[in-house]
Design a protein around this ligand. Structure first.
Ligand SMILES: Cc1ncc(COP(=O)(O)O)c(C=O)c1O
Length: 324
C-alpha cells in the first residue's frame, strides 16, 4: 500500500495499513488499555481483504492460478467480498459459495463486485443468522462440487497458508509498529488464520506476549469444551471445529468464551461510545479483551481486531429495536 498522500494504482493498493485506535472510553474504569485494529476500513470493509490478496498472489506465484481462471470459495461473506475485489482488479471470475444463514448484505455486495453467488440452504433445524458447523459442511460440499465442475482454483481459507501469512506479514507487524508494544492479543476464531498469523509474529518479536483464542459460550470446541450451543449469533466464526489446519496449538496461551449477548452489547458500546461501527465478532473480541484486563492482564495493553463493518449487519437485530 502506498502512503496515503500518493496515488494508489488500484483497489489492491488500498488493502491493509489500517489504523490502530485506543479504545479508552470502553476501557474506562478498567486497569489497562485496549487497542483496536480498524480492519473495517479495508476496501471490502473487513480484514479478509488481506487474505484474499495474499492467497491469490501466492497461487499466482506458484503457477497454480493462470490468467482468466475461475476462483471458488466458501465464505461467510467477508472472504468472498475480499476475493470479489481482488478478482475484479486482477480479471479473474469468482464464485462465492455461502450459507443462506449469513446476512443478505454480503451476497448483495459480492454480486455488485461482479461475483457469482451460490447460496446454500441451511439444515432444516437451523435459523438465519446462526450458521452452524452442520450448515458449513453443506456449503463445503457445494463449494467442492462447483470447483470440480469448473476446473477452478479453490481459495480455501481453512487450508491455504496464505490466510495466516497475510496477518503474519502485515497485520501483526502493523500492530507492533503502531502500538509500540502489547502484552496480550485475543481473537475470535473462524478459520483461525488471523489468530495464527498474528500470534506467530507477536511471539517471534516478543515471546512474553500472551495470545488467547476466543470462542462463543457453549460452542468452544477448540478449547475442548462440550458443544451445548452450536447455534450462536457471532457471525464469521465459532464453527465448533476442535482442530483447525492453520492453527498450531503451541501459539495458544489460553481460551476465552464470549456469549452472544456480551458480543452484541460490546459491538453496540463500540458504536455509541467510541464512534466505531463494527460487527458481532469485533464485539466478541472487545468483550474478551475486557475479561483479560479484569483478570490476568490487569494493567496491560491488549490488542484486538475490529474485524468488519457494522454495515454488514443492518438486516440483523444487532442494530434494531430498543437495546438500551
Ligand atoms: C467478521 C469475521 N470475524 C471473524 C472471523 C474469523 O477470522 P479467522 O477466519 O481469521 O479466524 C471472520 C472470518 O470469516 C469474519 O468474517
Amino acid at each position: 500500500m502506498p502512503p496515503s498522500n500518493q496515488l494508489a494504482s488500484s483497489a489492491l493498493d488500498l488493502i491493509g495499513n489500517t489504523p490502530l485506535v485506543e479504545l479508552s472510553r470502553i476501557a474506562a474504569g478498567l486497569d489497562g488499555r485496549i487497542f483496536g485494529k480498524v480492519e473495517f476500513l479495508n476496501p471490502g470493509y473487513s480484514k479478509k481483504d488481506r487474505i484474499a490478496l495474499q492467497m491469490v498472489e501466492e497461487a499466482e506465484a506458484s503457477g497454480v492460478l493462470q490468467p482468466g481462471a475461475t476462483i471458488v470459495e466458501l465464505t461467510s461473506g467477508n472472504t468472498g467480498t475480499g476475493l470479489a475485489i481482488v478478482c475484479a482488479a486482477k480479471g479473474y471470475q469468482f464464485v462465492a459459495v455461502m450459507s443462506r444463514g449469513n446476512s443478505a448484505e454480503r451476497a448483495t455486495m459480492m454480486r455488485a463486485l461482479g461475483a457469482e453467488v451460490a447460496l446454500v440452504d441451511q439444515c432444516p433445524d437451523s435459523l438465519p443468522g446462526q450458521v452452524s458447523g452442520a450448515d458449513l459442511a453443506r456449503v463445503e460440499e457445494v463449494a467442492q462440487r462447483i470447483t470440480q465442475e469448473r476446473g477452478a482454483f479453490r481459495a480455501d481459507q481453512f487450508q491455504l497458508p496464505g490466510n495466516a501469512h497475510a496477518h503474519y506479514q502485515h497485520t501483526a507487524p502493523e500492530i507492533m509498529r503502531q502500538s509500540g508494544g502489547i502484552d496480550a492479543f485475543c481473537d475470535f476464531i473462524g478459520s483461525g488464520g488471523s489468530f495464527a498469523g498474528c500470534a506467530r509474529y507477536f511471539k517471534e518479536v516478543d515471546p512474553a506476549i500472551q495470545c488467547y483464542v476466543v470462542e462463543p459460550t457453549g460452542a468452544a470446541a477448540f478449547a475442548g469444551e462440550s458443544v451445548t450451543r452450536p447455534k450462536h449469533r457471532i457471525q464469521g466464526g465459532g464453527y465448533t471445529m476442535a482442530e483447525l489446519p492453520l492453527l498450531d496449538r503451541v501459539l495458544v496461551d489460553g481460551c476465552l468464551n464470549v456469549s452472544d449477548e456480551e458480543a452484541m452489547a460490546m459491538a453496540r458500546r463500540l458504536a455509541r461510545e467510541e464512534g466505531l461501527f463494527a460487527g458481532f465478532s469485533s464485539g466478541a473480541n472487545l468483550a474478551a479483551a475486557r475479561q483479560l484486563l479484569k483478570s490476568k492482564h490487569r494493567g496491560g495493553r491488549v490488542a484486538i481486531l475490529l474485524c468488519d463493518s457494522g454495515l454488514k449487519y443492518l438486516s440483523t437485530d444487532l442494530w434494531r429495536g430498543d437495546y438500551d
